[in-house]
Design a protein around this ligand. Structure first.
Ligand code: ADP
Length: 464
């Protein structure tokens, strides 16, 4: 995942990169359209002055030709002098490339000024201004001692970079470093509370409403954190009231239901005609279903508590499953369902009472939703520190969409198959398996059968 923090840094670097490119293009454009020409003209002016003061130098002959150019070069120029007879002189910092184009010869031949710093069409980047080439000079003619000369000069690059430029360069580097570090610090400060809020949201889905935020800020994020804390308190309050309501209602339902069941049993012993006996049986069945529903609701609400007090003990789940099968033997026989199993000794650290509920639910469903004369196969396999328990039946099955919802509370596949269920059994199963850090999945095919697969970790739990 691309974090917000990384996105922030990338965006800053991208903006910095784009601004450098745009600034460079703009500066280059200004250089090409005006600066380049101005610099060339300035240098021609300087070259002319240098040449003309040499031409008038015969009045002060104590200073020679070479000494004169030597002292001018010290002012910050690279100089090349070419005489009509082909004599060459270099002064100041040497040129790295000493070639001159034919155009430059016109200085001596036709008295034409050479604009090497402005004219060259190949120089479209401003960096070319600093090229240390003889070609990159301006040239003017002059006469000394009745001989014609060409004077070619350009400013010395080393002189161009004065102390002020170095100070500006450091200034630019310092500004870049400080602003990049500033952006990194600021983005961290902005993103930290968002990360905390994400974690707190995750905790809420795990029913933990006390995740500490500790965000003290005056801005919008601070307001968001404040509203979030208020929401945490409200959610906790709602959750507690919901649980205590279900708890109270389920408890209060139990005793009248027991009474109804008792009276129904009593009525069954009386001599009743067929119609009334059927009514009594319906009352008995429905009150049992209601009683079962309230017990399951009670169990679910207690499993919902963050820290359900599990009473862990090493348990042989193979024995537990065999015991469950024995208890349901009469129902299996009644529906003529054939049951087979492969249950090797499998001790594991679990809450025996809770885990027994799982086997009971899975087997009840495998019988309830089976076809008469169908079969059930139960198996325990051991694999890399895990126990894999499968309950497979050849029952009525479900579609993929139905199977994806069966762990939801109160979900029952369809009205046609209502067989006295509550729709809570599998959500309890899932809750119990998750409390044991295990997992449950279902595979089903309509009219063909259903297989539930439970995976429980052995090592981790036995260490606890
Ligand atoms: P119920 O009390 O209705 O059985 P459960 O939570 O145990 O509630 O199951 C939810 C629904 O999943 C059931 O109503 C049933 O339609 C479907 N179901 C569960 N187990 C099986 C199975 N072995 N074969 C087919 N359908 C099943």
């Amino acid at each position: 995942m691309k974090t917000l923090y990384r996105k922030f840094i990338n965006a800053t670097l991208l903006i910095l990169g784009i601004s450098i490119v745009i600034a460079f293009i703009l500066a280059n454009w200004v250089y090409m359209t005006s600066t380049k020409q101005k610099i060339d003209q300035q240098n021609v002016k300087i070259a002319r002055e240098v040449a003309s003061s040499l031409e008038h130098r015969h009045t002060t002959p104590h200073l020679g030709f070479k000494e004169y150019f030597e002292s001018v070069s010290k002012l910050g120029y690279q100089i090349y002098v070419l005489s009509e007879s082909g004599e060459e002189f270099f002064f100041g910092e040497p040129f790295s490339d000493k070639n001159l184009p034919a155009e430059a010869m016109k200085v001596i031949e036709e008295n034409k000024i050479y604009h090497g710093m402005d004219d060259s069409p190949s120089r479209w980047l401003m960096m070319s201004h600093f090229a240390n080439q003889l070609e990159n000079t301006v040239g003017v003619p002059f006469i000394f001692d009745q001989e014609k000369y060409g004077l070619y000069l350009r400013p010395n690059n080393k002189m161009l970079f004065s102390d002020v430029h170095v100070i500006f360069a450091w200034f630019f580097v310092a500004v870049s470093i400080v602003s990049i570090s500033g952006v990194i610090w600021l983005s961290k400060r902005l993103i930290q509370p968002i990360t905390k809020l994400t974690e707190a949201t995750r905790e809420i889905t795990r029913e933990n409403f006390n995740y500490p935020l500790n965000i003290q800020r005056d801005d919008e994020i601070g307001q968001l954190a404040e509203s979030f804390s208020t929401m945490q308190v409200q959610l906790q309050h709602n959750d507690e009231s919901r649980k205590s309501f279900i708890n109270n209602v389920s408890h209060d339902f139990q005793s009248p239901l027991m009474n109804i069941q008792g009276y129904a049993e009593l009525l069954k012993t009386q001599e009743l005609d067929e119609e009334h006996l059927e009514y009594v049986q319906i009352i008995d069945q429905e009150s049992k279903r209601l009683s079962n529903l309230t017990k399951q609701l009670l169990l679910l609400t207690s499993l919902d508590q963050k820290s359900y007090p599990m009473k862990l003990g090493t348990t042989r789940i193979d024995t537990q499953i065999k015991e469950t099968v024995r208890r349901h033997q009469w129902r299996l026989e009644e529906k003529e369902i054939e049951i087979s199993y492969h249950l090797p000794p499998s001790p594991i650290l679990v809450d025996p009472e809770l885990i027994m509920t799982v086997w009971d639910n899975l087997l009840t469903n495998a019988i309830k939703y089976n076809q008469p004369g169908g079969s059930i196969f139960i198996r325990i396999a051991q694999n890399e520190g895990c126990l894999i328990i499968t309950f497979a039946d050849t029952g009525i099955g479900m579609t993929e969409e139905q199977a994806s919802k069966i762990f939801e509370r109160f979900y029952r596949v369809d009205a046609a198959r209502k067989k006295g269920g509550t729709g809570l059994g599998l959500s309890i199963v899932k809750q119990i398996i998750e409390l044991h850090n295990g997992s449950i999945k279902v595979e089903s095919e309509i009219q063909s059968g259903t297989t539930f697969t439970i995976t429980l970790t052995v090592e981790k739990q036995t260490e606890e």
